[in-house]
Design a protein around this ligand. Structure first.
Ligand code: AMP
Length: 215
């Protein structure tokens, strides 16, 4: 199964993606994580991406598509992939469709996680992420058991530089201009599932898995 998680920054894609990957036996492909990892390692790709990320802009399509295709070629994706944060533009969506068709595959379902804008801003401003395993926390709605430490692996928690107020506003603007049109693109293709992304994390997780399993 090939699945896309679609939604604004802060909609909960990063919170839900690992659970979906584990439950449905899919490879997780989170482009933001891949870019941050490349930046931390100081690779050429990381250096190229960093400037855009800092400003809340999208990394250019050519760079992003190339990175995803290279990753797809090396991961064992026989049972499928769950994409998180990709595609983010029409060009990326078309490139993905084309690449899958070439190997007799297709996107099966696209889950659009819906959250209102006020809630998105609240979530992004209190977000903390594990440096080691990328699990996200929120200082108010889902704090770690021990301050500054990941519940799952004990890793150090940090705040993303692009979660600062001005950058967040820019990321949301970019989302509405560039990524939101994908909702219609996948709706027209008959692949869109809409999920209410507000409320309890576990409950949203159940909704997501159930809808992907077709229940
Ligand atoms: P995320 O962790 O998904 O919020 O992504 C963090 C940042 O990485 C974004 O603000 C972009 O700068 C960059 N990025 C991640 N995925 C993509 C993508 N599909 N296309 C372009 N830029 C991306």
């Amino acid at each position: 199964m090939y699945v896309i998680l679609l939604g604004a920054p802060g909609a909960g894609k990063g919170t839900q993606v690992t659970n979906i990957a584990v439950n449905l036996n899919l490879v997780q492909m989170s482009t933001g994580d891949l870019f941050r990892q490349a930046a931390a390692e100081g690779t050429e790709l990381g250096k190229q991406a960093q400037g855009y990320m800092k400003e809340g802009k999208l990394v250019p399509d050519e760079i992003t598509i190339k990175m995803v295709m290279e990753k797809m070629a090396v991961v064992d994706n026989k049972s499928g992939v769950v994409f998180d944060g990709f595609p983010r533009t029409l060009k990326q969506a078309e490139a993905l469709d084309k690449a899958l068709v070439e190997t007799n595959k297709k996107i099966d379902k696209v889950v659009y996680i819906k959250v209102n804008e006020e809630e998105l801003l609240k979530r992004l401003s209190g977000r903390w992420i594990c440096r080691k395993c990328q699990t996200p926390y929120h200082s108010v709605s889902s704090p770690p058991k021990v301050a500054g430490k990941c519940d799952k692996c004990g890793g150090e928690l940090y705040q993303r530089t692009d979660d600062q107020a001005e950058t967040v506003k820019n990321r949301l603007k970019v989302y509405f201009a560039e990524t939101a049109p994908l909702i219609e693109y996948y709706r027209k293709a008959g692949k869109l599932l809409e999920i209410n992304g507000e409320g309890d994390i576990e409950e949203i997780s159940r909704r997501l898995i159930a809808s992907l399993r077709g229940n």
